[in-house]
Write a protein of this length. Structure first.
Length: 696
């Protein structure tokens, strides 16, 4: 975006402790020069609003009481507990220098009443002097030069104060004036950074000829990130003066090199990506987020719950400018169908402490145009699990048990034998139901990536392929020639294969797309009629069922969600060692240590309660009998081909009502579009920007 060049001399921006880029336990006094943390056990940190990316700069801190204090420099991506990661370096009251969690002896301790000077020098190659280093002073005494970690050279480093049950005041110099470091005034070249060296936490998006991103959108999976990027690209194609430049940052893929080049060249306006990939570029100093104005977490519950990506997302948020107000503020947006989990609410309070909650349907809502049925896989009443052809591969939980391998006995009675029998029965039931109920396109959910691979192997066996050499791409087994054409959307597959598989499913080239919860989160497949669960989420994760069912019944269309459940307890893998894959060559010890027993009856009860809470009423999930006949209402919709379409006789009326409604709101929509352009122009700083639209 073009902007008018500033006229006249440019002063160094004023610096103060940020009222927003701080731990909740830290209070910052009006004026931004005094900070206090009264937590007796936890460190609370706060960064300044101005950072230095080149040259030399310094500030000063005075310890006001007997608590603990640590002071130094960090990037926006650093943890607020200074020095605990690779993005900051500090000096503590115990006389230790700390960086990336390592504490080294340096200088001497300091205490209440002491004045600590903090200097950073990016080195001669970045406008400073000599080698890049930091230097600390206690009451004017120089404690000596300490090398600046290589990963911080040339990065925007912000004054950082970290306190535990302590109060401190800072002095950082007036705009355009001298440094406030009184006790080292005779040291050469420490009069503070020039205006060209400094960067404000809410700096504009263009600096040094490079366009820094204005928006960052984070997704939990590569597939969802790509889907979002494609949608944004379609919207951006209508903007021509200036054009929006978009980049997709996910692991792997043929376009990764081009994406990296765009980032390095600074020609990006909007970044869409997954947390590890984006954070890696930020850590290496290749992606500068200091110009971001819009920060989006999509499927926020998946990103923020548990150990997953929570820390990565918080680090990325901290790398965005935090100190802006009005048009320069950071907008933080969190999206999900299920935002109300306690962990998500806690994170939302940190990321958007004065945020507005917009809940379109209420916290307990569930899809209303989806029918739900369950089919019980009962090895005692259905003996088809005894068949040897077509072969079913199971997960190996019972492989070391001689009473279950290679097949349970015909009179299977033990818990382990019945569990293995149920595993062999489920895929057969899926094939029978898919054929009998005319499921032409079906999204199938499995527990693990390994289970996905095994089901793919079964379907390819039904299609006549060699089951010992299962196809790993859509190429050979896609299209109408195979009634059981399938593909896997799993984390173990390459980005290119996942893209091909999803495209083939959307276009109708394959019948079954097999996936896990993580793989299919947020994926949009237009007019999808059927979802099948080969295992339900655990009882405490019933919201995941809502996400699964939400893949159908979208945009006013109807859908059917089928669950094929084990009537008996089932033993499943639950690996407690990261990266370990005991199912490849399972032993007795592996089975004892890395499996759990699951009751799918308990899982179904939790799902029923969740649907009832969402207004579906008791018995929302209908039970299919042993004859596998669909319930009458479901059978009627199957026979009429209504799944994936608007509801039966109401479809024509709904279409007419929609057309009339669109005609009525079209003038208002046009006015709103014009107002949105005006608002965005104001939001981006009142720059001299003229947006052009292609066509209408």
């Amino acid at each position: 975006m073009a902007s008018a060049a500033p006229s006249g001399p440019v002063e160094r921006p004023p610096a103060e402790l940020s009222p927003s880029d701080r731990d909740p336990s830290v209070a910052v006094a009006p004026g931004g020069l005094v900070a206090q943390c009264r937590h007796p056990q936890r460190w609370g940190g706060v960064r300044a609003t101005v950072g230095v990316r080149s040259g030399r700069a310094r500030f000063e801190l005075t310890v006001a009481d007997d608590g603990l204090c640590r002071v130094g420099w960090s990037t926006r991506a650093a943890s607020l507990e200074l020095g605990t990661d690779a993005f900051g370096v500090g000096f503590g009251g115990t006389g230790k220098r700390v960086h990336d969690g390592a504490y080294d002896n340096y200088g001497r301790p300091f205490k209440r009443g002491d004045v600590i000077g903090c200097l950073v020098d990016h080195g001669s190659s970045h406008g400073g002097t000599g080698q890049p280093h930091v230097r600390f002073y206690v009451n004017g005494d120089d404690l000596g030069e300490s090398p600046l970690p290589a990963g911080l050279v040339g990065r925007a480093l912000y004054p950082h104060v970290c306190l535990k049950n302590c109060e401190a005041s800072v002095a950082m110099g007036a705009p355009g004036g001298a440094s406030a470091l009184k006790h080292a005034a005779d040291a050469p070249g420490v009069d503070g950074a020039s205006a060209d060296d400094t960067v404000r936490g809410d700096a504009p998006a263009e600096l040094g000829g490079k366009r820094r991103p204005l928006a960052l959108l984070i997704e939990p999976t590569r597939d969802l990130a790509e889907q979002t990027h494609v949608a944004l690209s379609a919207l951006a194609s209508h903007l021509c003066a200036p054009s929006l430049r978009l980049v997709l940052l996910v692991g792997g893929g043929k376009d990764a090199r081009a994406a990296d080049k765009a980032v390095d060249e600074g020609v990006v306006d909007i970044v869409t990506g997954t947390p590890p990939r984006v954070l890696d570029l930020v850590k290496r100093g290749r992606l500068d987020l200091s110009g971001v104005r819009v920060f989006v977490l999509d499927e926020a519950d998946a990103l923020l719950q548990g150990d997953g990506f929570r820390d990565d997302c918080l680090a990325l948020w901290r790398a965005c400018p935090q100190g802006g107000t009005g048009q320069d503020r950071l907008q933080t947006l969190l999206f999900s169908a299920t935002l109300h989990a306690p962990t998500v609410r806690e994170a939302a309070e940190l990321l958007a402490p004065r945020g507005t909650w917009v809940d379109l349907k209420g916290p307990d809502s569930v899809p209303q145009d989806v029918d739900h049925v369950c089919i019980w896989a009962d090895p005692a009443s259905d003996r088809s699990w005894l068949q040897t052809e077509p072969r079913v591969w199971t997960d190996g939980c019972h492989a070391p048990d001689a009473s279950c391998s290679p097949l349970p006995p015909t009179d299977a009675t033990s818990r382990a034998q019945l569990s293995e029998a149920a595993k062999r029965l489920k895929p057969r039931l899926l094939a029978r139901i898919a054929d009998a109920w005319k499921m032409d396109r079906c999204l199938v959910f499995c527990r693990t990536n390994h289970d996905c691979d095994l089901l793919e192997r079964f379907f390819l066996g039904l299609g006549g392929n060699d089951p010992n050499a299962p196809n790993r791409s859509v190429g050979r087994e896609s299209g109408p020639q195979s009634a059981y054409a399938c593909a896997v959307l799993g984390g173990a597959r390459s980005t290119e294969e996942r893209r091909r598989n999803l495209d083939a499913f959307r276009s109708g080239g394959i019948r079954f797309l097999i996936c896990t919860d993580a793989a299919a989160r947020g994926i949009d497949v237009p007019n999808l009629p059927f979802v099948v669960n080969l295992a339900l989420p655990d009882p405490d994760q019933a919201d995941e069922y809502v996400h699964r069912a939400g893949r159908v019944g979208r945009a006013g269309l109807s859908g059917l969600c089928v669950s094929i459940l084990s009537r008996v307890d089932e033993r499943v893998w639950f690996c407690r060692k990261k990266g370990y894959k005991p199912w490849l060559k399972p032993t007795d010890d592996d089975v004892k240590e890395h499996t759990v027993w699951r009751s799918e009856a308990a899982c179904l009860k939790a799902v029923q309660e969740r649907l009832e809470k969402g207004g579906r009423g008791a018995g929302a999930v209908a039970t299919v009998g042993d004859d596998l006949e669909a319930p009458p209402a479901v059978a009627n919709r199957i026979n009429k081909g209504e799944y994936g379409q608007p509801r039966g006789e109401a479809a024509e009326q709904a279409s007419a009502e929609l057309a009339a409604r669109l005609a009525a709101v079209r003038p208002a929509a046009a006015r709103l579009a014009a107002m949105e352009v005006e608002a965005q122009l104001a939001f981006f700083g009142g720059r001299s920007v003229a947006f052009g639209l292609r066509g209408e």
